[in-house]
Design a protein around this ligand. Structure first.
Ligand code: IMP
Ligand code: MG
Length: 175
């Protein structure tokens, strides 16, 4: 990764927005007659969450957390911290955690357990990307945008050292 060259486009903005439409519709059907409380994980999930929420047609609240097991680089520290908590109360609500990518699953497993402690009515996960080959923690997303190989993904919210979040497509860094 020394040169940090961005590779070819894996998913275009149009493909991502199409998936946001499909998953937004599915979520609206799955929770028909109820409301959902979307919990976005800062900072990576914001671009995906913005696309997704516009396609949810039932009552929707949004909130954000910062839970991180990563430092500034590319390797996980394995230690998870909740650096910013929710603003609202999720007791009795249908929580959907919105994530950018599930890699080892360490961060999300921790976050899901901490939120489940607060007795929401239900709790599910919607991730833009899933990298199942890297999974260590036992955690699964009910809604998945796309599956990816074991590459270091950047763009559409995902960063390397805080760069590339603004790319309007999903790519990867070449080593
Ligand atoms: P996990 O705890 O190993 O699943 O790590 C999850 C977090 O690490 C994600 O929410 C991302 O912020 C970051 N991450 C994992 N894989 C990648 C990647 O390929 N590109 C950019 N960030 C990643
Ligand atoms: Mg993240």
């Amino acid at each position: 990764m020394e040169n940090n060259v961005v590779g070819t486009i894996l998913f275009t903005e149009e493909q991502i927005q199409q998936r946001a439409k499909e998953l937004g519709k599915q979520i609206s059907q799955d929770y028909a007659g109820e409301s959902v409380y979307l919990v976005g994980t800062l900072r990576g999930a914001v671009v995906w969450m913005a696309d997704l929420m516009k396609n949810i047609t039932i009552d929707t609240e949004i909130d954000f957390v910062v839970a991180s097991s990563y430092g500034s680089g590319m390797t996980t520290s394995g230690v998870v911290k909740m650096k910013k908590d929710l603003e609202g109360n999720i007791y009795g609500k249908n929580v959907i955690i919105i994530e950018d990518i599930i890699d080892t699953g360490t961060t999300l497993k921790y976050l899901k357990e901490r939120l489940a402690d607060r007795n929401p009515k239900s709790i599910r996960i919607c991730t833009l990307l899933d990298k199942p080959s890297r999974r260590v923690a036992d955690v699964k997303a009910e809604y998945i945008g796309f599956e990816v190989e074991n590459l270091f993904i950047v763009g559409y919210g995902l960063d390397y050292d805080q760069k590339y979040r603004n790319l309007p497509y999903i790519s990867y860094l070449e080593g």
